[in-house]
Design a protein around this ligand. Structure first.
Ligand code: URA
Length: 425
């Protein structure tokens, strides 16, 4: 086979055969197809799309480029959740131990943040001693001890996707639904979970800005999971305003612990419980109700076991940023608008996120919100507190927030419902 023939087929709007797809993914992983050839093919796919058969073949080929994990040695079903990412989206932290406390195992491979959305591993790494890199044997051991494990994907899992995702990142080819869906699902299917709930975010702080694009992505991923024998369901959820009141690594861990203690912001609690119920249903586990497990301490017990089993100290003080500054209400009224993207960008500029994969993050940096859209506020009242280790960052963070919030006589932001839609096979 020949890379140019594959590129030209897709460039001219044709369908790739399954054999062409299997060959090109394997040859690219082995370095036989060059980066510039794969870039051209990725751009042709972005412009001309792929049909369901092509996407399924592409996903299977990426799975086959590496190992496929297997949890059949466990005595209960497995369930996982994947979020397409958003501002203040710390849901995995309370969710994984909550679902474990209700009777399913949660083997979750997670990522780090890039750009204005945070990454689950960065958040958990703010807990002193906690380790993201585990061998497969360690993963199994943490699962047996705690019922849930959240860790980094090893280099053996879907290596074709690792290489291709890095290439898409620098060639303007990330925003293709077939490529996004196959990238996410190849990793989730290779991870070996028996069931999967997808949280596809919609709004200014999300990858997908409109419900239409989010629904298309959700339907594509649900079809891929279902075809691969993984019981898969997706929720489209709101990301027009930040989730909860904490944005930033250690700040989000603290908020998650509040939820596990039976408190926390109502939107975080509601989404955590809803996703937990979906995961348990998909896994076929009729155990304890998640709302009860948050109230009776059993989810908190699972969290403590999970953190401890990965070297962390659940009782240790979390990192705190060196400097804070408040942003105050310019007048009395209601917080009429609070844009998720502006808050995410500001938290990133305060040091909570990274610009390049190899950059460090500041664990204490971020934003605490004191009001959410629709809340009454008085002139001079703090609307949010900015946290950073480097005060020189405040100026650029304030610039990111400019136009991103508004105090007025009445709420002007038309808010999305927390759960917009549910997509099944
Ligand atoms: N996340 C992934 O893992 N892959 C994509 O293509 C986009 C987001």
């Amino acid at each position: 086979m020949d890379a140019i023939e594959v590129i030209v087929t897709k460039r001219d709007g044709g369908e790739l055969t399954t054999a062409q797809i299997e060959w090109v993914i394997d040859a690219y992983t082995r370095g036989v197809v060059a980066d510039e050839q794969m870039s051209a093919l990725a751009m042709a796919i972005l412009l001309n799309g792929m049909d369901r058969r092509e996407i399924a073949a592409w996903t299977r080929a990426m799975i086959r480029s590496g190992e496929r994990m297997d949890w059949s040695a466990l005595d209960r079903p497995t369930a996982d959740k994947h979020s397409t990412g958003g501002v203040g989206d710390k849901i995995t932290l309370p969710l994984a131990p909550l679902v474990a406390a209700c009777g399913a195992y949660v083997p979750q491979l997670s990522g780090r943040g890039l750009g204005h959305t945070g990454g689950t591993l960065d958040k958990l790494e703010s807990i002193p001693g906690w380790r993201a890199s585990l061998s497969n044997e360690e993963m199994l051991s943490v699962l047996r001890t705690a019922g849930a494990v959240v860790c980094a994907a090893g280099s053996g899992l879907a290596p074709a996707d690792k290489k291709l995702y890095a290439l898409r990142d620098v060639t303007g080819t990330v925003e293709s639904i077939p490529l996004i869906a196959s990238s996410i699902m190849s990793k989730k299917i290779a991870e070996g979970t028996g069931s999967l709930v997808l949280d596809v975010k919609v709004g200014s702080g999300a990858f997908m800005k409109t419900a239409e694009r989010a629904r298309e992505l959700a339907e594509t991923m649900v079809a891929l999971g279902t075809d691969a024998g993984v019981r898969t369901v997706a929720l489209l959820t709101a990301m027009d305003q930040p989730l909860g009141v904490a944005v930033g690594n250690a700040l989000e861990v603290a908020e998650s612990v509040e939820v596990l203690a039976g408190g926390g912001p109502s939107d975080v609690v509601e989404l955590t419980v809803r996703l937990a119920r979906e995961m348990l249903e998909a896994a076929g586990v009729a155990g304890k109700d998640p709302a009860d497990a948050l109230g009776d301490g059993s989810a908190m017990d699972a969290w403590r076991r999970m953190i401890t089993a990965q070297g962390g100290d659940p009782d240790a003080a979390l990192p705190v940023a060196a400097e804070t500054m408040t942003v105050d209400a310019p007048s009395s009224g209601v917080l009429a608008r609070l844009d998720a993207y502006g808050v995410g960008l500001a938290a990133w500029r305060l040091g909570a996120g990274r610009a390049r994969k190899e950059d460090p993050v500041s664990f204490g940096a971020g934003i605490t919100l004191h009001a959410k859209p629709g809340d009454p506020v008085r002139a001079g009242q703090p609307l949010m507190t900015l946290h950073t280790d480097e005060p020189a960052r405040f100026g650029r963070a304030l610039a990111a927030l400019e136009g991103g919030y508004e105090v007025g006589g009445s709420a002007s932001q038309e808010l999305l419902p927390l759960v917009i839609d549910r997509v099944t096979a």
